[in-house]
Design a protein around this ligand. Structure first.
Ligand SMILES: [Zn+2]
Length: 205
């Protein structure tokens, strides 16, 4: 990742603070700092980042067999809907998306060959260093970086159901959530296990 430091960029399409760094937060850990001292604005920014990253990870939908990044017009529309600026090459976006899916635990994903590269600038916004994106892809990467810095990376997970693999954000207190939805994938898996046990039992009768 290239990082440039410059003051203000009129082309920047998406930005947000990384003040979690100053509080000693690190990847994969609970930050431990008192959230109450942070403004409602910070929570809204973080929620926005979570939604953006999840939407990007789920641009490929295994259940329906569709991929936004297979179609340049669909990718442009996805970017425009979110006001992320220039859409760029969907093939590059797919490599980055696949690499990010591997990074959050998708074992069945084909790893993007080019690695994760994006142009993110660090700007001084009202005297505070912030990550600023130059296009849609770097907007997503800036969001991912902020979330990692704030200690939320480990909460991004991939549903292990083979025909689902939906990316979700685990909001449980001890990060124990496994399935995207207990009502759908979790119960389906339970039912399958129960049937297999029942079959096993029948054989021993
Ligand atoms: Zn699922």
């Amino acid at each position: 990742m290239w990082v440039t430091f410059r003051r203000g960029n009129p082309d920047a399409t998406y930005s947000g603070g990384v003040t979690g760094l100053a509080a000693g937060a690190s990847t994969g850990q609970e930050t431990g700092w008192d959230r109450e001292i942070y403004s409602q604005d910070r929570a809204v920014d973080t929620e926005h980042d979570v939604e953006l990253l999840l939407a990007f990870l789920n641009t490929r939908d295994v259940e329906t067999g569709t991929d936004v990044l297979d179609d340049e017009a669909a990718w442009r529309a996805w970017v425009a809907e979110r006001g992320l600026g220039r859409s760029g090459d969907p093939r590059h976006a797919r490599e980055v998306r696949n690499a990010l899916r591997v990074a959050v635990g998708d074992r069945e994903e084909q790893h993007g060959s080019a690695g994760v590269v994006g142009m993110i600038q660090i700007e001084l916004s009202q005297g505070v260093p912030t990550l600023a994106a130059t296009d849609a892809l770097s907007g997503v990467l800036a969001a991912a970086t902020r979330l990692a810095v704030l200690g939320y990376w480990e909460r991004f997970k991939i549903c292990p159901a083979h025909d689902c693999r939906w990316a979700f954000f685990d909001r449980s207190r001890n990060r124990s959530r496994t399935w995207c939805s207990m009502q759908v994938c979790g119960n389906r898996e339970k039912a399958r296990n129960w049937r297999e046990r029942a079959r096993g039992g029948a054989l021993t009768v």
